[in-house]
Design a protein. Structure first.
Length: 147
């Protein structure tokens, strides 16, 4: 359960509360409702559910409020999500690049190349590069890496 201390943003009770007589209590399992109230805490209802892509939640000191995001906030969220997608994409590319480098090295050295299909690796990396052509950064279809 969440509590608001003097109308501040709700959170769990602290490990120690100070009572009105200036004494403190540290066993949260033994706090009584009266002690919690005397310490300045008020039980808060559970926060409502909401779509965090289009709305945000705030606390006005007494109740939860769900407010629609502005166009610029939605744009900022989308850009942030695209940054996350690009970071994951770049990591996926780094995870297979060594196989391409090994293949190129083997070709330069004139030795028999490993069993990696260079065309499959190239196609996989190109699919990763094309990730940002998808329309929704929250629902990315990731390509399967070659065996």
């Amino acid at each position: 359960m969440l509590y608001s201390y003097k109308n501040q943003y709700p959170q769990e009770l602290p490990k120690r509360i100070r009572l009105s007589d200036s004494s403190t209590r540290t066993d949260s399992s033994s706090f009584t409702a009266e002690e919690i109230s005397m310490a300045g805490y008020v039980a808060v209802s559970t926060a409502p559910t909401y779509n965090n892509r289009t709305h945000k939640i705030s606390w006005d000191g007494f109740d939860w409020n769900v407010v629609g995001l502005t166009t610029s906030e939605i744009s900022a969220q989308l850009e942030h999500q695209w940054m996350i997608v690009r970071s994951e994409r770049d990591e996926s590319i780094r995870n297979v690049e060594w196989r391409i480098m090994r293949h190129q090295s083997e070709v330069r050295l004139g030795v028999t190349t490993t069993t990696d299909s260079i065309s499959d690796l190239d196609a996989y990396i190109q699919s990763l590069r094309d990730i940002t052509n998808q329309s929704d950064p929250y629902n990315i279809t990731w390509p399967t890496p070659p065996a």
